[in-house]
Design a protein around this ligand. Structure first.
Ligand SMILES: Nc1ncnc2c1ncn2[C@@H]1O[C@H](COP(=O)(O)OP(=O)(O)O)[C@@H](O)[C@H]1O
Ligand SMILES: [Mg+2]
Length: 348
């Protein structure tokens, strides 16, 4: 059985908090569910930890999950007191989403930035974390290049304040590393900087934190999967067979046993070209079919297809993602993608 949050949540509805005469899901006591392969971790929030109900519910959660998911499932229940809720790193962030690709240049950053804007326009609070150390382009795309994030002190620790533009919170590895120095950074240094961006930063409360991941498979990918609760990845590819072959390898890494981050689906970027003077014509200049084949093979949906439009380049270079303007075919494509991402998260 493939364990999903939905399956776990449904099972937890069988666990009743008798004092309040309802199940722990309805009572909002289930704070966090993390699934890694055959291991399920659940945080349960109690008004007070010295309540005798804590032990009873603890046992009931373990028993119910094993009963519903299988005896061999490892269940890890952490009771936490209401007063301590929301104190861990990224506690205010509901959904961490990683945008991944097999190689550079397919439009990963473009998709991350425009998905962020489209989610914002759909009424969500959004942050973008640029983790692509070799090609950090998010600051430029949001017009905050050259700015430095502020730092405050909290409980004796320096905390970074994301830079904000268009209502989106932004942090980038590029704020700390000059591109020509990136090659000299050791993996451990990159990981440390990445962890700081994730944990020692004031993301506040967000519906979505969209991470622009480095292309391919590497250290940051492992750190992300092993240390954080990521709701899903979005694969970006162009229609060529070589591009889909590359992203397939990256996807398999996220899917492997030790990480098991759900794949939300594929965004096919540069899917086709529409000449401005012939808006009814679509030219599939990079071919057709390879993306659908990959989607079928991985058993994930195609979340959307983004056309090749000159203005995408311009708007990226000018620091204003094209989706800030509602009236373009690209904005329409991203509205659809944002909607599909939200729907996919509901069932996973
Ligand atoms: N749909 C598109 N139409 C036209 N140009 C695009 C499109 N998507 C991306 N680009 C351009 O392609 C280049 C690479 O995109 P980028 O998002 O930086 O790729 P990556 O992050 O994967 O390296 C950029 O100049 C970008 O403006
Ligand atoms: Mg990029």
């Amino acid at each position: 059985m493939y364990i999903t949050r939905k399956v776990v949540t449904e099972a937890l509805k069988q666990v009743i908090f008798f004092a309040k005469q309802d199940n722990i899901v309805n009572l909002n006591m289930v704070d966090d569910i993390e699934i890694k392969g055959n291991e399920v971790k659940v945080n349960i929030v109690f008004p007070k930890l010295d309540d005798p109900a804590v032990g009873i519910i603890y046992n009931s959660v373990v028993k119910t999950l094993k009963q519903e998911l299988g005896e061999d499932v490892k269940v890890d229940v952490a009771p936490i007191a209401e007063a301590d809720k929301g104190r861990g790193p990224l506690a205010g962030v509901k959904n961490v989403i990683a945008v991944i690709a097999g190689k550079g240049g397919v439009g990963k950053s473009t998709v991350a930035a425009n998905l962020a804007v489209s989610l914002l326009k759909a009424g969500k609070s959004v942050g973008v974390l640029d983790a692509d150390i070799m090609g950090p382009s998010v600051p430029m795309m949001f017009g905050v290049e050259g700015q430095q994030p502020g730092v405050i002190e909290r409980e004796g620790k320096p905390i970074m304040i994301p830079i904000e533009n268009y209502g989106i919170k932004i942090l980038s590895l590029g704020f700390f590393v000059q591109p020509d120095q990136a090659l000299m950074w050791r993996g451990s240094m990159i990981n440390k900087a990445f962890n700081q961006l994730m944990e020692d930063s004031d993301w506040g409360t967000l519906d979505y934190l969209v991470i622009d991941m480095p292309p391919g498979t590497g250290d940051i990918q492992l750190t992300l999967g092993q240390s954080y609760n990521v709701r899903g990845t979005i694969l970006v590819t162009t229609p060529q067979k070589v591009a889909t072959a590359d992203v397939r390898r990256a996807a398999m890494m996220y899917r492997q046993e030790s990480l098991t981050i759900p794949l939300l689906g594929i965004v096919e970027n540069m899917a086709y070209f529409v000449p401005e003077d012939m808006p009814d014509k679509k030219y599939f200049i990079f071919g057709k079919g390879a993306t659908d084949e990959l989607a079928q093979e991985l058993d994930i949906p195609v979340l959307g297809r983004v056309p090749i439009v000159e203005k995408v380049v311009e708007s990226g270079d000018n620091g204003a993602p094209i989706t800030l303007d509602d009236n373009s075919s690209v904005s329409e494509a991203f509205r659809e993608i944002a909607k599909n991402v939200e729907q996919r998260l509901e069932i996973l």
